[in-house]
Design a protein. Sequence first.
Lengths: 181, 698
Amino acid sequence: MRFVFDDALYVSAMMEKHPKDRSDRNLIQTEDLLVRQDTENWQQGQERVLRYLKAIGVSPVQSLELAFETMKRTAEQMAQDNGKHSHPTGVAMRLLGQVLAENGYSVIPVHLTDIVRHTESAHRGCDTSSCGLPPQLSDVLLVMPKLKRSRMFPEMQPPRILRTLLVFLTSRKNASSRSQL
Amino acid sequence: MNIEGYNRKWERTANRRRLLLLVLIGMTALVASGYMAMALPHKGTTAIEVAIVIFFALLFGWISIGFWTSLLGFLMILRKKGLWQPTRHLKLEYRDADILPTTAVLIPIYNEDVADVFQRVVAIIKSLQQTSRAERFDFFVLSDSTDPDLWIEEELAWEAACRETDAFGTLFYRHRMLNIKRKSGNIADFCRRWGIFYEYMVVLDADSVMSGNTLVRMVQIMEHDASIGILQTVPVLIGQTSLLSRLQQFSAQMYGPMFAAGLYYWQLGDAQYWGHNAIIRIAPFMKHCALPRLSGAPPLGGDILSHDFVEAALMRRAGWGVWLAYDLDGSYEMSPPTLIEELMRDRRWCQGNLQHLRLLFTRGLFSAHRYLFLNGAMSYISALLWLIFLSLSTVEALSIALFEPDYFPRGVSLFPHWQVWNPQWMMVLLVFTMIILFVPKLLSLVLAIFIRREAAQFGGSPRAIFSLLSEVFFSTLLAPLRMLAHSKFVIITLLGGKIGWNPAIRSDQGTTWRQAFRFHGGGMIMATIWGGFVFVINRYFFWWLVPVLGPLVLAAPISYWLSRPRPEAGRLHFGCFLSPTDVHTPHEVLLTRKPLPYKNRPASGTYLHLSGFTRAVVDPWVNCLHRSIRPKRNHKVSISIAARLDRLVHKALALGPRGLTVSEKKQLLSYPTSLVRLHQMVWELPDGDMAKSWGVSS
């Protein structure tokens, strides 16, 4: 569903530019190509946004609303920047995070939030590492327990009797050489 | 409990038993070498014949160890329970209220098949959840994987496994960036980080399976016998379908129990630790069993490769027992699927075992463990001894055929020295050797059919007998191939050649003809030339060499054929090699066959086709999971590292995932802030080649 840029808009734009002579016709053709390219770029941006929303598990109806808002802001942003950003995809993806945050969504995929149900089993004095996760997820994503470091040092001293004989007989100067089977 | 006093009691018993074993082996070797000397033309008086007799004595003594061990094991099993048996504690009734201490179950992995590993982990957890003690066990998957794609897959599989078994908070995953000291270093790293939280740890391999009941019983045994430092179970081979694997699975389940009982008989508390399917008391392990680095360069210096024997010796040196629970079932592992994979594993073990020779005179070790080091090295050196013995015999046979006999070797005499070859004595020796090699197999058959009445578990008595005879035939075919390969490994190792510890191939993919000829071709040529010479010069001796040279000449077809996976599910090779785990597959083994769909997470994901690293960059779900799994850094990244990461991000954007090396991918995965930045920038790429290479274009 192309709710921002559609064929009707394109056709009406073309109808306004009625070619009067050959130079005008060339101009129209170039402009035609540019408009087509521009349309495709916007189309890509829109599809990219929708795909990302699907990837983080937003429902289809919500995705359309959020994508509409994002593309609207993208158009405003690009108009303000006066063509500084050449491709709407990048701008749209950057603005998507803002839109999601304002609408109460996290970039954290929805599929991870159901791990919250397992909170009760995550105990024994463990701590978690979050790396930017919301607290309710960092509490439960227990990949490793809390560290409590202790020592483990070798006691054994290998004897030197056989070492001299065996290493003398078998050592090679180039330690990196390997035998191929 | 007075550990020292307790140890002295069983040590006296063990010393008596070992003395008995030594006498039996010595007598056997003496008698056999006497026969050999009398059978030879010069009666063992020439230099070559002296050497032949010495090598024969060593080899015969070596094979008689297996014979006497099996015989003693047979008698042990008939006796049912021994005085010192660790499992005797299992007769006691335990109350449900008895609280077991917390135990860690460790699964160290290194570039393994992720699906298989985590399917097994899930199976063990589910089996444990059927007991009432599951909450006392924590599971640790300790990854040393160097492949970044596998790293991400492991994380996905961990999350899926936690979800499948509701084990968040009890199933943990740790990925180690630096593979210091390989598996022993991996375990030591766990001990240093979390060892203090646990009383015991059960060490498994990537292909190990254990039942929940067995795990609980092992902890109960350790609780009731405070003198045990390591308790080793005897894993049963399962799971593979090639003829070679089924052969090994059959022989492990038919002969294994008797042989294990025999090992227990003379080892008692000086048993071996095999590195997996064992439970270890953590506190003494951390205090006494850390491994040093040996001086000098590999193969005989550097990191200790076969760490298990050394750790057992150190545990024992510290006063703790190392016991073999030979009658504890519910412990399984997989065998190598092909002959080449088995021999590659042996190549690694050969290097590790020869390294143990350097530790023979380590201060404080018990003589039993010094013997075990020697025994381990002899497992491979004996192959070389056999090859030398055959070579000397060939030289003797050729010299008799080519040179005129000297009837007066000591000068002029009235009594000539007749060089008489006594083939009838050689036949007696052959029969004697057959008895040593094959009577244990017959005894195990008697045990299975008549004493334990387990014939049905081997497919019935006729099938069990047929399987046994087939196993004897195939073992006879394989023995020369293993002999030649092991001899080569020993020579290469002693000459300084070393091998890395590459990940084992556990899947049943079979051997191609090219691989078979490439691996065995040299031996085939050598055997053909050897046989040709002997056939031309001394045809009589040639027929004695046929059982050895024949399989060597046919090595590639034998290797190819024995390593072929089973064509159809449920079909046995020739209707034989059925084993108890085939007839009544244990529940935990059945659970391993249920696939774990970790790649299809989440169900609505659209990037399932991407490889691990690429998916971690592109897929928001995988990206978030990986970033949350990475340990949080409390310090800021230095400017130089930040600059390097920035360059990597731009390189990734410019060249795509294929333009990055393995090391670069690992660096990006190690720093979550760079990874999230790359994730954002990839999604911002306009549709084009780069977007396509990352999988984000429409």
